[in-house]
Design a protein around this ligand. Structure first.
Ligand SMILES: [Zn+2]
Length: 432
């Protein structure tokens, strides 16, 4: 202890001596004075420069957060609800997303929830949900569609990845613009970000995953903002007694689970996953090999917080998650651009395909048209599978039998979207 005190004393007197020496040796000549003023000017310059950068980026950020893309309410939409209708604390917050309702809302008929934009940096997820919302007419059963599931994450982009804030889709009446958002909740809505994220199950992940909605399920009432949003969605699924949940995503091409349909193990007894898989194989079989592969994956029990795990464990719904391959999300891509998002060509992924290190084919462009078309066809085949199987279920599975979905698709399928482009299926905001 005494030694330590002596050390502190010694250090302090050394510090005082240093100041004394500097004062004694200080140069008060006019030349030295000039140099010091110049230094002063330089630091003022840097101060103003940083204030200017803050102002410009601040205005840009504010504009992005408060500008919404135009979604045109489709002719089949009978109601627009909000997450806060099912979990009130979200009311008035940025992440209180709209829920588009198409169909009868009769609880004795089948229901499906489509989640678009759980990850706003996966564009096919949101655009496929928009195309469904703007085109479907549901005569029997109910289709619920959320376009901005993690709405807060649509309020910031990835500036350090040089991602464009918006991308455009050509349509016969002009362009429709969509936001390329972030993977995680905006820190403005949820701060601070801890070093380690501890999921309510006890699972530990990197701190950034605290903001990842697809690691926050089933959510909790007294958690982070992201966990509140997850809780609201789970609450909606419980209150509406949703039979099927289809969560739409994209993955980087090097990710192993790609062009895949992932499902909770309780789906297995219904045969829905395998029938959907067969339907898709039969459908894509008419195309060349490039479109054929679809993988079925069962949700890992030890990977917590995902829709296909937690909505299956904590609600009655039968959860599915679909992935398409998105080069703009990948780690080995070249420069980020709007064209990479929409046209989907990247020379590094072409090379990676030639080297045989990818499980998906990026030898040619994989455009947004194709990725959205895949999601649309997956939705259709899941509905077809449900319609062809539900009468066969007995025992506990009878719970999932509520008659057939009757949906008019307005000519919407993989082939038409791929051939004519997404733009042919987007509505003109002027007509709404
Ligand atoms: Zn995702």
């Amino acid at each position: 202890m005494k030694k330590m005190m002596n050390g502190i004393k010694k250090g302090f007197s050394k510090f005082i001596d240093g100041i004394k020496t500097r004062w004694q040796n200080a140069d008060f000549s006019p030349k030295a004075f000039k140099t010091s003023v110049l230094k002063h000017k330089l630091s003022l310059f840097y101060l103003f420069l940083s204030l200017a950068v803050t102002l410009v980026t601040g205005i840009q950020y504010h504009r992005f957060r408060h500008t919404d893309p135009v979604f045109v309410t489709g002719p089949g939409v009978v109601d627009i609800q909000r997450l806060s209708d099912y979990y009130e604390p979200l009311e008035g917050t940025y992440g209180d997303a709209d829920i588009y309702v198409l169909g009868t809302q009769n609880p004795d008929e089948p229901s499906i929830l489509v989640l678009g934009g759980v990850h706003p940096n996966e564009p096919a997820s949101q655009v496929a949900a928009v195309v469904l919302m703007e085109n479907l007419i549901v005569e029997h059963g109910t289709v619920y569609i959320i376009l901005e599931t993690n709405r807060s994450a649509f309020s910031l982009s990835h500036p350090q990845e040089a991602t464009p804030e918006w991308y455009s889709i050509e349509t016969p009446f002009g362009e429709r613009r969509f936001k390329y958002g972030s993977r995680g909740t905006n820190p403005v809505d949820q701060w601070p970000v801890p070093e380690v994220y501890i999921h309510q199950s006890g699972q530990t992940l990197s701190g950034v995953d605290t903001r990842n909605l697809n690691r926050a399920f089933p959510g909790t009432e007294n958690g982070t903002y992201t966990e509140l949003v997850a809780h609201a969605i789970a609450e909606f699924v419980r209150q509406k007694d949703i039979i099927i949940t289809l969560d739409l995503h994209e993955a980087s091409p090097e990710y192993a689970v790609n062009n895949a349909l992932i499902y909770h193990e309780k789906v297995r007894a219904t045969g829905l996953a395998s029938r959907t898989y067969l339907n898709l194989e039969l459908f894509w079989g008419i195309w060349d090999d490039r479109f054929a592969p679809i993988k079925l994956e069962i949700s890992p029990r030890n990977l917590r917080g995902l829709t296909h795990r937690e909505l299956g464990d904590y609600t009655n719904t039968l959860p599915f998650l679909a992935e398409t391959s998105n080069a703009s999300q990948g780690r080995i891509r070249g420069a980020m651009s709007e064209s990479l998002i929409v046209d989907g060509y990247d020379k590094f992924y072409e090379r990676a395909t030639a080297l045989g290190i990818l499980e998906v084919d990026h030898s040619e462009a994989v455009p947004l048209d194709e990725r959205v078309a895949r999601h649309i066809q997956t939705f259709k085949e899941l509905i077809n599978a449900y319609n062809s199987l539900q009468g066969t279920w007995t025992g506990d599975l009878e719970y999932y039998s509520r008659g057939l979905f009757d949906i008019e698709y307005n000519d919407l399928n993989f082939t038409t979207v791929y051939d004519r482009g997404i733009g042919a299926f987007l509505l003109d905001p002027e007509d709404s």
